[in-house]
Ligand binder design. Sequence first.
Ligand SMILES: Nc1nc2c(c(=O)[nH]1)N[C@H]1C(S)=C(S)[C@@H](COP(=O)(O)OP(=O)(O)OC[C@H]3O[C@@H](n4cnc5c(N)ncnc54)[C@H](O)[C@@H]3O)O[C@H]1N2
Ligand code: MOO
Length: 421
Amino acid sequence: MNNNSNHYTDHFMIGFEQARELIFDTVSENAYEVISLADSSGRVLAKPIQANESLPPFNNTAMDGYAVVASDLKEASPEHPVDLKLAGITAAGELPSNVDDTQGTAWKIMTGAPVPRGYDSIIPVERTQLKNNIVSCYLAPKKGDHIRKIGEDFLAGETIGELGEIINSNSIMAYSAQGIDKVTVFARPSIAVFATGKELVDDPKAKLKPGQIRNSNKPFILNWLAKYPVELIDAGTNLDDAEQFENDLKQCLHNQVNIIISSGAVSMGDFDFIPQTIQKLGGEIIFHKSKIKPGKPILFAKFSNGSFYFGLPGNPISSIIGVRFFVSTALRKMLGLTMEYAALASVNNVYSKKAGLKNILKSHLKITSEGQLTIQILDGQESFKIKPLLRSNSWAIVDESIEQLNKNDKVEFYPNHMNWE
Ligand SMILES: Nc1nc2c(c(=O)[nH]1)N[C@H]1C(S)=C(S)[C@@H](COP(=O)(O)OP(=O)(O)OC[C@H]3O[C@@H](n4cnc5c(N)ncnc54)[C@H](O)[C@@H]3O)O[C@H]1N2
Ligand code: MOO
């Protein structure tokens, strides 16, 4: 029998929201680094970005057509065209020579070309006819028609990227339009992932011996985290060898890995060596056990070198909940993001649970033909059941006190992945 130190936490289980807030408050933001814009998709801005230049940088035309003086064409209509003298032609990328007297003239101009000084509107080429250098105009334009004004999109100096914003393809277009090729972002947190359990088999080709199962938690955890800007370390599978684990953990601490994750060995079993090893190496257990099902025995600890530890319960669904809701919270803080909040959907089936723990349920969220968000609580909620995940795209969160959900009740939910756009 081991002297499991987590007995003392049996009578105290931290609430789900409280645990996540505590993680968010305990963890600090990562250091900054400057990277090239081309490599920045999915990274988080650590410094705001200002527009270098006004855009458009000059007044230009939105149409292929003629720059004209609107007051010359007041009487123009499809039945009574007004003739103007052709004064010149400019393509996009060219600078027009300016005309002294624009009155009574038109300047041929292509989309994107600067509007020559003295003209105040554009008429599209299809509303005109050109013959012998005379432009017949079939339209009375309003002053400013089809002119894209200097600075109408961006003004030099305005903030176009806020601290904590995630860079996506849209931001890459905007920053490229500004000649910005470097961005300051939060450095990727390093995350080491261990699986523990003597019963685990990593080799997919190996035939299972009695008592063995395949390791599914580690592939999930590595894959889930790979969608975010992190540096992943597969720290191996520990076959319940506490001494080996102690050495591996020492190595992680020596390398100042930001987040260390293990699945398994945090509960009440004789080989649940994670809490003791953490304490032996000077780690402070901040909480062990939360009022949730599945995932109750989750452990969060910190080390004086700045590394954080998440001991995820070994049952597959419990380990998912550990990364989806607890590790993710630390990750968000390290990357300068805000906490995530749940959204609401209407339940479309009846679901019963015991009062006491907050349930986090495998669910299928969909948009109905009426445009409503509905959520179905899936069958097979036990924490060892993996198959329902194949239908599951979200997690419904049902409060401690609730014993039954009825059709059309509102329930909080989170998608499987954090919104990262
Ligand atoms: N006496 C008690 N027993 C248990 C309690 C309790 O409060 N009192 N809590 C139960 C709950 S809830 C959970 S969750 C588990 C958590 O246990 P551990 O974190 O110690 O995990 P293990 O015992 O190592 O494994 C649990 C279960 O999960 C399977 N497993 C483990 N790792 C993997 C992996 N990488 N891939 C796939 N499956 C994995 C393992 O074979 C076990 O079946 O404790 C309960 N017991
Ligand atoms: O709560 Mo354990 O995490 O149900 O399987």
